[in-house]
Design a protein around this ligand. Sequence first.
Ligand SMILES: Cc1cc2nc3c(=O)[nH]c(=O)nc-3n(C[C@H](O)[C@H](O)[C@H](O)COP(=O)(O)OP(=O)(O)OC[C@H]3O[C@@H](n4cnc5c(N)ncnc54)[C@H](O)[C@@H]3O)c2cc1C
Length: 502
Amino acid sequence: MTEEQTQRIIIVGGGTAGWMAAAALARFTDRQITLVESEAIGTVGVGEATIPQIRLFNAGLGIDEAEFLRETKGSFKLGIEFAGWAGEGRTYMHAFGNIGQGAGVLPFHHYWLRAQAEGKSRELDAYSLNELAGRALKMQMWRPKPGEATPDMPWAYHFDASLYAAYLRRYSETRGVTRVEGLVSDVEQSEAGIASITLENGDTIEGDFFVDCTGFRGLLIDGALQSEFEDWTHWLPCDCAVAVPCATKGDFTSYTKATARKAGWQWRIPLQHRIGNGHVYCSEFISDDEALDTLLQNIDAEPQAEPNQIRFKTGMRKQQWVGNCLALGLSAGFMEPLESTSIHLIQSSLARFLQMLPGEQPNPAIVAEFNRQAEFEWTRIRDFLILHYAANGREGEPFWDRCRAMELPETLTAKIDQFRATGFIHREHEELFTEQGWLQVLIGQDVMPESWNPIANTMPEADLSAMMMRIEERNAQIVQSMPGHVEFLRAYCMPQNSRKSA
Ligand SMILES: Cc1cc2nc3c(=O)[nH]c(=O)nc-3n(C[C@H](O)[C@H](O)[C@H](O)COP(=O)(O)OP(=O)(O)OC[C@H]3O[C@@H](n4cnc5c(N)ncnc54)[C@H](O)[C@@H]3O)c2cc1C
């Protein structure tokens, strides 16, 4: 193989995964990149909520945030509100960012647990700036000022995923990526993995490395290379979704809303030009018609499009990188969108791939390491998602009763047991979700610890009360000073008068 030959990377698929891959590879490598996509097939057409790490991806590409929000009709996201998961009528938030402030060696929540027991603190939300700001429908960014502590309030985005893919397509094409429109009808294999793809019109495209971004089809990784799929349906039982956008009405929240329903849950994601809505459900417990009905009865305004019905299987491809083929996006696996992790998994796979970028030929030890890291990342996210189902408080509803009774992965059981007994939460290695994320879901769904770290008892009572009060007051003051989400968004990036109704 000549040096020239090693340059050709073929990306098959032009959804969010395909264009994220094209943009990142064009930005960071000198390879010759071709992306093949088929308008006849189209994209999955959903995927509107993200987590704060997306900002690193965009920043790495040198994307201007205001322009990006304008182009994708995006809004800000400070966390996710979970309604009805702990029981009908109850809500909590998994907000990004810190909860309170640690003191010495201990995380804040041990002091909070003691303060709660002694009646010296408010609910957990009073100590989360993101949650307070979100509930007040506010948004702000702070530039660091000398001598002043900058409030810690990380944000992510809601955006129109098809506009994001289109934006990244323009970005990629101006950086030399070649786009080919065509339906892949045949895949030729080689000793290395994939040799070429053939389009319906008979054109053959050869490459040295292939990125499978063909969505649930997994044309290369599954169809050709038959990488095994590990099914997690027994832990994450939802297997369908129906999505429908509606006009903007109601609160323009700076958070995603995830409301538990009879056999699944419903999302609400406000964008500049519409609200994204969807119902994720388990087909064993509710029919498609009833699921659609539930969705349509619980949206803020008239639907703006025909419902988009999607079937899926939760799980992951055991080997996401096989030979000279990397699976990215839905072809690599899918965990339902409860914590908005799919786009992040595309981003983190790309980052990992760039760090391990093959030269002439992929090195088997590197490929194995890639797959090991991917498995760790995916299984830990899986555990976090399962927790939401397993710790639900919806007694008497067959779907939810079954979720509470299911046998959990050992890694999750260990985490819950440790927390329940001592309040201890451990974030292992590069696990995505932070201790604060776990804490909010555990407490929010009534998994209360029996005790806390005894070091928290060494703080004098008066100091404990003062600490709690100080954080509550500072958070309240910061939120008071912030502009509303719409006001901030409009000033930051929205074209004049684009959201008159807000
Ligand atoms: C119900 C639901 C809700 C979701 N919500 C979120 C969310 O809020 N946040 C989040 O991060 N993620 C979310 N996701 C996941 C997110 O939508 C995907 O991770 C993301 O869109 C990437 O999809 P993709 O590019 O892998 O696949 P797709 O969008 O399906 O794209 C596949 C591409 O492959 C092409 N293709 C397929 N076969 C061929 C062929 N034979 N020849 C040529 N081209 C072909 C298609 O034309 C298309 O361009 C959600 C997913 C679902 C199902």
